[in-house]
Write a protein that binds this ligand. Structure first.
Ligand code: PLP
Length: 448
């Protein structure tokens, strides 16, 4: 018997009632869940909604649940901490879990040399602080990010983000923020080899540093080692190496945004480890604390110490319960071998996704690293025109059959996997069978 159990139409009656309440009381600016579901509970890689429907989860709360829903060590450590010391504010009095987590993060990030950490509440907040640290340490103002990157919704983070749907109406944006297009191997000119394409992108990058922003004015370069919201684009290693070389040569702080790629998802603890990229600062959030609000900037001590006391922090940053949850989550990843599990899950998903490219005329590309896998949906393989409408039909059909997944990409035409890494082989097989059937049904419905 499979894991999935769908016992009502979707959304079910209780979800529909709660949806009406939500529309009445919650800002329309907080986007509503696509399938109108309200969840009651979750365990491992299964989500149960308020109508008793059980789903396989390929969303992981947007990549936050790497250690699994209700992971025992996370629940244990967080509840113990909650009962003992809920909050004190690190700026008014110390508590051990903050220091313990900082020490642990410094030990595991792929940054050479002595490290320090500072803790915050969200990915966006950590990004903002990474930029502040880089500016203070270098005395420079300019920041370079990549298009189509995503770094959050607060003003500076949004200024770094490249998607007008998130930005429209919210300007003016922070000044001295520059964007360069990340190479997209799938969309390279037809007939061009990857090597030639990357070479051309690097030439364009160096031209950009002549025409648009001088390396000597750059405080930092912020890069996702695999672009998350941007559509799981995997930057060519040679291009990343070139960016890192420019940073090294010009004293620019290299910031790796590992908010979505971090904590095992790509089959290494951090995605930078696949590329040999050695960032100066690493930004962490999401699966750091398995869903509790917590983020971190970790990196070279002299950078973290370049900011005078009071320059970093906040009331809630590094809350003891969130820190305890993070220690439980990291212990789970390490003791249960979930980083290797991500690689195993990824190779199963990857080979199955490759067959989807062969089989379905509208699946243009399958890509990813480790368990961070994606399918790009296009109108046809020749034109590679993004097909958002079909992507949504696939996701809706999969949800109706018990599998929840998310879209991504500038055009909303990429289907991505962000499952908890505790997903079993049989759960994964079941989820992939559902996805294949959904792709099939969408083909039948729209190909004459
Ligand atoms: C790569 C990346 N950076 C930053 C953020 C922002 O994180 P948060 O939503 O916690 O502010 C996200 C969120 O999706 C992300 O994927």
């Amino acid at each position: 018997m499979g894991a999935i159990s769908i016992v009502t139409d979707l959304p079910g009656p209780r979800s529909r009632t709660l949806g009406e309440e939500r529309r009445r009381w919650v800002s329309a600016g907080v986007s509503a869940p696509r399938h109108g579901l309200f969840f009651e509970s979750a365990h491992g890689a299964r989500l149960t909604d308020v109508d008793g429907n059980v789903f396989l989860d390929l969303t992981g709360g947007i990549g936050c649940m790497n250690a699994g829903h209700s992971a025992a060590r996370v629940v244990e450590r967080a509840t113990e901490q909650l009962a003992r010391l809920q909050h004190a504010c690190i700026m008014t009095g110390g508590y051990e879990v903050y220091v313990e987590l900082a020490r642990k993060l410094c030990a595991i990030v792929p940054v050479p040399g002595p490290c320090k950490a500072a803790l915050f509440n969200s990915g966006a907040e950590a990004i903002e602080n990474a930029v502040k640290i880089a500016r203070r340490a270098t005395g420079r103002a300019a920041v370079l990010a990549f298009d189509p990157g995503f770094h959050g919704r607060t003003l500076l983070a949004l200024s770094l983000t490249s998607k007008t749907a998130y930005k429209e109406g919210f300007g003016p944006f922070a000044p001295e923020v520059y964007h360069f297009p990340m190479p997209e191997p799938y969309r390279r000119p037809r007939g061009m080899t990857i090597e030639a394409y990357v070479e051309r992108c690097s030439e364009d990058f160096h031209r950009f540093l002549k025409s648009t922003v001088s390396p000597s004015s750059l405080a930092c370069v912020v890069v996702e080692p695999v672009l998350g919201e941007g559509g799981f684009l995997v930057p060519p290693v040679a291009f990343l190496e070139d960016v890192a070389r420019v940073c090294r040569d010009h004293g620019i702080v290299l910031v790796a945004d590992e908010v979505q790629t971090g904590f095992g998802r790509t089959g290494k603890m951090f995605a930078c480890e696949h590329t040999g990229l050695q960032p100066d600062l690493v930004v962490l959030a999401k699966s750091l604390s398995n869903g509790l609000p917590l983020s971190a900037v970790v990196g070279r001590s002299e950078l973290l110490d370049a900011v005078p006391p009071g320059g970093l922090g906040g009331t809630f940053g590094g809350n003891p319960v969130a820190c305890a949850a993070a220690l439980g989550a990291i212990e789970t990843l390490e003791k249960d071998g979930l980083v290797a599990r991500a690689a195993a899950l990824g190779s199963q998903v990857g080979s199955r996704f490759d067959t989807f490219v062969q089989r379905f005329p509208f699946v243009g590309d399958a890509r990813g690293v480790g368990a961070m896998r994606a399918l790009e949906i296009v109108t046809d393989k020749e034109s590679r025109t993004p097909d958002k409408a079909r992507t949504e039909r696939i996701l809706d059909d999969a949800a109706r059959h018990g599998v929840l997944a998310l879209s991504a990409g500038l055009y909303g035409n990429v289907i991505r996997t962000l499952m908890p890494l505790v997903m079993t082989d049989s759960e994964l097989g079941e989820a992939l069978d559902v996805m294949q059937s959904s792709l099939g049904r969408v083909t039948e419905a729209h190909v004459p």
